[in-house]
Write a protein that binds this ligand. Sequence first.
Ligand SMILES: Cc1cc2nc3c(=O)[nH]c(=O)nc-3n(C[C@H](O)[C@H](O)[C@H](O)COP(=O)(O)OP(=O)(O)OC[C@H]3O[C@@H](n4cnc5c(N)ncnc54)[C@H](O)[C@@H]3O)c2cc1C
Length: 372
Amino acid sequence: MRVALLAGTYCKGMGYLENMLPKYLARLGVETHIVATDLPPYYWLRDFPETYGNFVSQSHPGTVENPDGYTLHIVGHKKIAGYARMVGVGDKLSSIRPDIVQASVCIGWIALDAALYKGAIGYKLFTGNHYHASVFPLATQPAPWWSSQRLHCMLTRTLPGRLVGLVTEKCYAIAPDCADVAIRFSHGNGGADERHYSVWKSTAEAGTFDLCVVLHGLGPGSRWAARCAVGDPVEISRCRALPIALDRSAKAHLFFGDETSIASAEALIRALPPEAAVLACFEVASMDHRWPEPEVARPEKVRWMDRAGRPGSALVSWLARQSLPSANSTTAYVTGEAWLCAMVHAHLVRDRGFRAGAVRAMPYWKTRPRSP
Ligand SMILES: Cc1cc2nc3c(=O)[nH]c(=O)nc-3n(C[C@H](O)[C@H](O)[C@H](O)COP(=O)(O)OP(=O)(O)OC[C@H]3O[C@@H](n4cnc5c(N)ncnc54)[C@H](O)[C@@H]3O)c2cc1C
């Protein structure tokens, strides 16, 4: 097998991906080539000459060497729209004729060129993403789609990212938050087909997890779940933090929500010590939507409520009649439909003396009128 790795920069003697991956692929017996520009790492830094100038080795276009068992090809570069593009990468790849091209990025000139020459040369394209959420401001400071940052991201990342994604076999993200950034900002920008689901159960040894998707039939997530089959491809990005975390200092735990809340509430209930007091109530579209007792961790602690009228109404009128454990040592977790969350939150804080911080609420979805 012949593999060509494309990297924006290369510096001898370092422990970067572009030094280590070819070295160890070569040791595995893979014919490995790395094609990089003559630019050194961090060339874009303003204080590059003082910081790295005397430290990094200079590469020259046209160089072909064999360090550590692989072949290094240095090509020239030119700046287009402010970003460096390899010169002659198409000819270089044609001469190498790789079975696989691994681009270190999933957007930008390198990824676009790799996607462009794939058809003519006939390799499989793998890409990568090394952008952590902490260095990608849009991932942590959401902005509306019409904001200048979003529009700029859409033009410079999402559109080219989508094009590259069309011909990409795999994208290797180096951490879960890098996968999140790649999926949301280069493949879909939080697009129409991305949905959130809670992990109900997981088995690390088998590498499997279970989700419970409500089949309401109205949106892409629900429709996908209704017709998905073994072997269908799915892109998964793990949430960086639990949307609602367990409060381990509380003595009693109350779980309120609807059908969409059961999986996450069950996962939290299973994580509680046996002595922790639990009460859960889920408002469901009809009593047929109750979960069977064997699937519920503490079935004797779970109440089911038939939805009547606006989401949350039945749940709150039941809740108003219940005596609850002391508000000082209890934490409530409220998820599900947005209006339900608002009503339950207001009831607990306003009528039952809970501190706002003791009610962990997160709307999972919002009722919207059906389009005609
Ligand atoms: C952190 C988090 C965890 C979640 N966990 C789960 C989970 O474990 N299981 C789960 O099923 N959902 C879960 N959800 C909710 C799920 O992501 C939303 O319901 C999702 O938007 C459904 O996508 P959709 O494409 O089916 O519908 P959408 O495109 O969002 O909506 C289309 C239409 O369907 C209606 N609709 C949406 N959701 C529902 C619903 N549940 N019941 C009835 N009508 C609905 C809307 O009013 C809208 O009119 C979670 C959400 C979050 C934020």
